[in-house]
Design a protein around this ligand. Structure first.
Ligand SMILES: [Zn+2]
Length: 264
C-alpha cells in the first residue's frame, strides 16, 4: 500500500477518505496512534492517522509521534497535512478562525523528538519549520471558501495535558505567539527529518487562560475545545477537500532537501 499525502487529525476526520482501507503498520519506533486508513481524495492517494487514537485515548504527551511519521514514510508520503485545535492569546485570532502556522516555540519536555539519536549526528534547520508552499495553497483555498483565517501564526507547544496558568498564558503572549496547543511538536520537526512537507492547520477553539484586560472571557475548558471543534469539523473537511487537489504533484519547495548539509 502507498500514499502521497498523509493527514494527521482528530478521529472526526476518519470519514474524509473515499474507498478507505485500514492497514496495521509497525515501525521500528512502534505502532502509530491508530491503524492507518488509506484511500483517495479527488484522485490523490491519501493516508490518515487519528493522532489521539481511534477512540481518543492517547494524551498529547504520549502520542507516538515518531511512529506516526515513520508509518507515513513507509507508505511513501511526501506531504503531511495536520489539523489541530489551538487556543488563542490575541483578540484578533477568534474562536472558529483558521490559522496556518509558520513558526513554533517548543515548551514540551521529555518527548522523543528526533530520528537521529544514535550512530548518526544530524542537525536539520528549523528556521522555517513549516512548508511555505502548502501554507500558500491553504491560504488560497481559505480565500476561495470565504472562511476566516490567518495566513501566519506562531504556535507555542506545551506539554500538557493540563491547560496553561494565567501567568504562562501572559508570558507566551509577550513572546509574540498567537496560538497554543500540545501536539505540533515534535510532529513538525520529525516530518522535516524525513524531508516531508508539513502543514499545520489550526482551528481556534478558545482564548486559553483568558485575554489580558478583557473581562468576561472564561479560561479554556476541555468541553469548550471539544464543542467548538465539533461545530467546525465540516469546515475543516471542506478546507482539506479544497486543498488536496491544489497540492502540486511535483515538489519545488526546499523541504525535500532538508537533510542536505545537515549530516555530520
Ligand atoms: Zn514543502
Amino acid at each position: 500500500m502507498e500514499a502521497e499525502i498523509g493527514i494527521i487529525g482528530g478521529s472526526g476526520l476518519y470519514s474524509l477518505l473515499e474507498n478507505p482501507s485500514e492497514t496495521e503498520i509497525t515501525t521500528k519506533y512502534g505502532k502509530p496512534s491508530s491503524p492507518v486508513s488509506v484511500g483517495e481524495i479527488e484522485g490523490r492517494k491519501v493516508a490518515f492517522i487519528a493522532r489521539h487514537g481511534k477512540k481518543h485515548t492517547i494524551p498529547p504527551h504520549k502520542v507516538p509521534y515518531r511512529a506516526n511519521i515513520e508509518a507515513f514514510a513507509q507508505l511513501g508520503v511526501t506531504r503531511v497535512i495536520t489539523t489541530n485545535a489551538v487556543g488563542s492569546f490575541v483578540k484578533a485570532y477568534r474562536p472558529g478562525d483558521f490559522v496556518f502556522m509558520d513558526q513554533f516555540v517548543n515548551m514540551t519536555h521529555g518527548r522523543e523528538d528526533t530520528f537521529y539519536d544514535k550512530d548518526e549526528v544530524v542537525h536539520i534547520s528549523t528556521a522555517h519549520p513549516y512548508c511555505d508552499a502548502l501554507r500558500k495553497h491553504a491560504i488560497d483555498v481559505a480565500k476561495k471558501q470565504n472562511i476566516p483565517f490567518h495566513g501566519t501564526g506562531t504556535i507555542v507547544v506545551v506539554n500538557g495535558p493540563r491547560f496553561s496558568t494565567k501567568a504562562e498564558s501572559m508570558l507566551f503572549r509577550t513572546m509574540g505567539a498567537q496560538v497554543i496547543n500540545m501536539t505540533q511538536y515534535p510532529e513538525v520537526v520529525l516530518a522535516r527529518e524525513r524531508e516531508m512537507c508539513y502543514s499545520g492547520i489550526g482551528m481556534v477553539t478558545d482564548y486559553d487562560a483568558g485575554l489580558e484586560g478583557e473581562n468576561g472571557i472564561a479560561p479554556v475548558s476541555h468541553a469548550e475545545v471539544a464543542m467548538t471543534f465539533a461545530n467546525n469539523v465540516e469546515k475543516v473537511k471542506k478546507l482539506i477537500y479544497g486543498l488536496i487537489p491544489e497540492v502540486p504533484r511535483e515538489r519545488t519547495c526546499a523541504c525535500k532537501e532538508a537533510l542536505k548539509g545537515a549530516k555530520i
